[in-house]
Write a protein that binds this ligand. Structure first.
Ligand code: SAM
Length: 262
């Protein structure tokens, strides 16, 4: 598949070229494989098939999902979370956190590690209710297994390695069972709106804002933000920005990736 054909598919579904440009090799390979399976020789024919079949479209969305993630991605943000954000939530009865586009769970387990660190430093820490969702059921299964290679762990602070992982065969690492508690894993498409209501922290990193075009991400983000409480925190990826037309968020809250709902 050449770039012209790939861009035709992106345009048709309002995906962003700038989001997919660097990762297009793998995505194009999966798309080509899908077209061969369906015995479909042209992109127009493929788009036509997608328009006519919901199950095939679901398969297509899974093909388009890019699972790149790492533990402690954007390290400074995680330090700030423990030092500045979590203390502001101490007076809540329960802290609700939603991870949208969680891929294979690296971000979710990173939060769990931070939450345990925070609990070790403070008394009277509220209960945690964490919901982690992704469009792709395969990634959710991998998150539940909690087994990672060294690539996912390259930003992991060394001190946490022994307490959080068990080394297993083939240079793989399994998340300890204690970190798997308090998380509800759900297959959910962000384009369908908020899955969690009354959320105190929303992680929406490196998914909606990166891979979709403005006309999709603005209404979807507005919709998802309805699930966040006033003054609740919204955390985006290090290379992302909130579209200018979103007015319900305050920026400059202790870190460039952190916003607060007005
Ligand atoms: C690059 S990963 C980001 C993982 C993690 N949030 C991080 O920042 O490390 C993007 C994830 O977003 C998911 N995703 C993409 N579109 C989605 C949608 N419409 N609804 C839910 N998840 C979606 C993909 O399946 C993929 O697992």
């Amino acid at each position: 598949m050449n770039d012209y054909e790939f861009r035709k598919i992106l345009d048709h579904f309002s995906y962003s070229w700038s989001g997919y440009r660097k990762v297009r090799k793998g995505v194009k390979k999966r798309l080509t494989h899908h077209m061969v399976q369906l015995d479909c020789g042209t992109v127009d024919g493929y788009l036509d098939l997608m328009a006519r079949s919901l199950p095939l479209r679901h398969e297509f969305y899974r093909i388009m999902s890019v699972p790149i993630s790492r533990f402690f991605r954007d390290k400074a943000m995680w330090q700030m979370l423990v030092q500045d954000i979590l203390p502001c939530l101490l007076s809540e009865k329960e802290v609700r956190v939603w991870f949208t586009g969680c891929a294979s769970g690296e971000e979710v387990y990173t939060f769990q590690i931070c939450w345990d660190t925070f609990k070790g430093q403070h008394k009277g820490v509220p209960e945690l209710r964490a919901v982690a969702s992704d469009l792709n059921p395969y990634y959710i299964r991998r998150a539940l297994d909690g087994i990672y290679t060294e690539t996912s762990l390259k930003e992991m602070p060394y001190d946490f390695m022994a307490s959080c992982f068990l080394g297993i065969r083939g240079r793989k690492y399994a998340v300890k069972e204690s970190l798997k508690k308090r998380i509800l894993w759900v297959v959910h498409d962000n384009l369908k709106g908020p899955l969690v209501r009354g959320c105190h922290i929303l992680f929406i990193r490196n998914s909606l804002l990166t891979y979709y075009r403005e006309e999709i991400k603005v209404p979807i983000l507005e919709n998802i933000l309805e699930g966040v409480v006033p003054d609740g925190y919204v955390i985006i990826g290090g290379h992302e920005r909130i579209p200018d037309s979103i007015t319900g968020l305050r920026s400059g809250v202790c870190h460039p990736c952190v916003y607060q709902k007005i």
